[in-house]
Design a protein around this ligand. Structure first.
Ligand code: C2E
Ligand code: MG
Ligand code: MG
Length: 645
């Protein structure tokens, strides 16, 4: 109750926004009130001139006229002052706020003074107290103070006026006048309170809206994690920056920055530490590229638009600072660079290109920076082409599995094949998986290609079986994304097997080691189902990644495909042999068969056989070939099909 009353009287604390809003409203009202006053006072000048001189034919006396009109003059001047201040008032400037308050208080004071004086004399002359009423209405409406201040001001004023009149008139004021004066005081006070409360409510609503807007603007423009700008802001800001007529687009350069191996930092120190790391990187970027535009796009990807002049030094400084942040995990700072060709170059397009250039440095220890030039542009266009034409190429039959023989190390007989996708395109010619698999993975459409390859393999097997030819098991390369993007990768394989009536032991599922380290849950579940349904699981590219040993600990595979990297330096480096020997026995100890990929010489084959590697695959036995070539080579005895697969 008391609280409500205090609130009604305006004792609560107002925010800066609300106080300013109320003062703004006061200033706006001041414009109307001052204009009315100026008009009325001008009229009074004319009126007196007419009434006291023209109408009765008295010659004009300047000094007397000044004397007669000096009160109007004072009001006119204060009105003018207030109008000027109110018109030029700027809420952000403290001096204008002070001037605003000062001039309106001065105006109210003078108006009230004249109201009191004029009405006092009028009342004694038996006239109405209109001037006082009008002036107090003026002051109250114009300056909506806090209600309790309005209350004190109006009460004091009315009491004073009432008291003076009561003393001055014989027998005191008339009762009717007393009632009128009281009613007027009461209504004016209520009006002042209610206007104030209304204004405050509107101001509070406006403040909430403004806060919500500001928050939305922040979310729209800033990256939540690091606090620097986000890509959306970056693209908009870059666009308007480049369109500045004063600016030469050749002075600017786009950078796409990727932190390589950041995933391992996250794995090792946890997400919290990873987030702190990214925030610190963002801070470094903003400090180093202080005159440019900096944003975080997503994950560990950052965007920069900076001056060509000095960019090299900035890049070096940024790389040094990031490298020096910690020594535990080797974080690579990879950069793609794109120079805008004209002012109209869309920043999204520019960043796409810088990003593509950056992707060419992926997993390359010798290359951290790549500039988007004509050569890179060719690759970029091919990439666009691949993404845009995948479905058409599948429909037209441009994408086919090629088969690479897998043989038993003991006797060289054919014990299987690996299906490897080939895209023979009318525009680009022969495309190898390196040209399209990573792109299709990036664009998350790899499952379309895999579904097409798997079906073609089943069709080829079915035809060979129908023709009564010997067949060998085929291993299929599953992308880790198949388990995410296909509705149900396992079921899809089951459907194909059923449709083409393929024995399940004729298909092996290859999953690369890196897939397993990245997407544990989905893949683990799919692998269990595949095994339950009778498919052999082959671990592809063992030893090419960081988490090889963990993979062995957590999952059971039938065959370990030893990465061809182990054969590098086979002739020159004696350690290569002992390492291979070790990996083969590791597989054996883990209850797995072994297969070495990339066998290119008889020496390699012989060595692998001698250390007990079961299967071999590589150019020494044959490159990937079309189904007809394979069929012919089996038919002409180039490959002898093993009795056991
Ligand atoms: P991968 O599964 O490890 O396949 C082996 C790669 O090594 C093939 O390259 C093969 O041509 C190559 N290779 C085999 N023997 C030798 C050799 O003696 N020397 C050398 N230097 N290379 C040899 P390819 O066909 O270019 O495939 C590259 C990768 O693309 C494959 O690696 C696989 O991860 C992926 N891939 C290929 N086809 C498909 C597919 O249909 N689906 C999916 N998801 N991935 C595929
Ligand atoms: Mg493979
Ligand atoms: Mg492999």
């Amino acid at each position: 109750m008391l609280q409500g009353l205090l609130k009604l009287l305006g004792f609560q604390k107002n925010s800066k926004y609300v106080s300013r809003y109320i003062q703004d409203m006061n200033m706006r009202t001041s414009i109307y009130m001052a204009s009315i006053t100026i008009a009325v006072e001008c009229y009074m000048y004319f009126y007196i001139l007419k009434k006291r001189y023209w109408d009765i034919g008295v010659p004009f006396d300047g000094a007397l006229y000044f004397q007669q009109t000096k009160n109007y003059m004072i009001l006119l001047l204060t009105g003018l002052l207030l109008l000027l201040v109110a018109v030029f008032y700027k809420k952000e400037v403290t001096q204008w706020r002070v001037a605003g308050y000062g001039s309106s208080i001065l105006f109210c004071g003078i108006s009230l003074y004249f109201g009191v004086v004029v009405s006092y004399n009028d009342y004694l002359d038996g006239k109405q107290i209109l001037a006082f009423l009008t002036m107090s209405l003026y002051a109250a409406c114009m300056l909506i103070w806090r209600p309790y201040i309005s209350l004190i001001m109006l009460s004091g004023l009315y009491y004073y006026f009432f008291h003076q009149l009561d003393l001055a008139v014989e027998g005191g004021m008339r009762t009717g006048d007393k009632v009128n004066l009281f009613t007027f005081w009461l209504s004016l006070t209520v009006v002042a309170i209610s206007i104030y409360q209304q204004r405050r409510q509107v101001a509070e609503k406006a403040e909430h809206l403004e806060l919500a807007n500001a928050r939305l603007r922040h979310v729209a423009d800033y990256d939540e994690l690091t606090g620097i700008h986000n890509a959306y802001y970056f693209f908009e800001a870059a666009k308007s920056l480049l369109q500045d007529p004063e600016l030469d687009h050749r002075d600017k350069v786009y950078l796409f920055i990727n932190l390589e191996n950041f995933k391992y930092y996250n794995d090792r120190f946890g997400f919290g530490a990873g987030n702190e790391f990214l925030t610190e990187v963002a801070r470094i970027m903003e400090t180093v590229f202080d005159t440019g535009l900096v944003a975080r796009q997503s994950d560990d990807h950052f965007l920069v638009l900076t001056d060509v002049d000095g960019a090299e030094e900035q890049i070096d400084a940024m790389r040094d600072a990031i490298m020096n942040m910690q020594q535990e995990v080797r974080i690579g700072v990879k950069l793609g660079i794109f120079f805008p060709q004209d002012k109209e170059t869309d920043p999204r397009y520019a960043i796409d290109k810088a990003r593509y250039a950056c992707s060419l440095t992926r997993d390359r220890f010798d290359k951290d920076i790549c500039i988007y030039d004509d050569r890179v542009a060719n690759g970029f266009h091919r990439r666009q082409y691949v993404v845009n034409n995948l479905q058409a190429a599948i429909d037209a039959g441009y994408i086919q599995p090629f088969y690479q023989p897998v043989v038993w190390a003991e006797d060289g007989t054919l014990c299987g094949c690996e299906a490897l996708a080939r895209w023979v395109d009318p525009t680009y010619g022969f495309l190898s998986p390196g040209d399209f698999i990573p792109v299709l993975e990036d664009y998350r459409v790899i499952h379309q290609l895999d579904a097409c390859i798997f079906e073609s393999v089943c069709r080829d097997l079915r035809r060979a079986m129908d023709e009564g030819r010997p067949v060998v098991p085929v291993s299929l390369n599953f992308s880790r994304l198949d388990f995410e993007l296909m509705d149900d990768a396992v079921q899809m394989l089951e459907d194909l097997v059923e449709k083409y009536r393929i024995p399940k032991d004729m298909l092996h599922v290859e999953i690369t080691e890196s897939a397993i380290s990245e997407n544990l849950k989905d893949i683990e579940e799919a692998m269990n189902r595949l095994r339950e349904r009778g498919y052999a699981l082959w671990l592809d590219d063992f030893g090419s990644g960081y988490s090889s040993l963990n993979t062995l600990k957590d999952f059971q595979f039938d065959v370990m495909k030893i990465d061809m990297g182990f054969l590098h330096g086979f002739d020159k480096n004696p350690k290569a042999k002992s390492l291979l020997n070790y990996v083969v026995s590791l597989a054996k100890s883990m209850d797995m068969n072994s297969l070495t990929e990339g066998v290119e010489t008889a020496e390699q084959a012989e060595f692998l056989r001698s250390v007990g590697c079961g299967r071999l695959q590589g150019y020494y036995y044959g490159k990937p070939m079309s189904v007809t070539e394979l069929r012919d080579k089996i038919a002409d005895g180039t490959y002898r099909v093993s009795e056991t697969a």
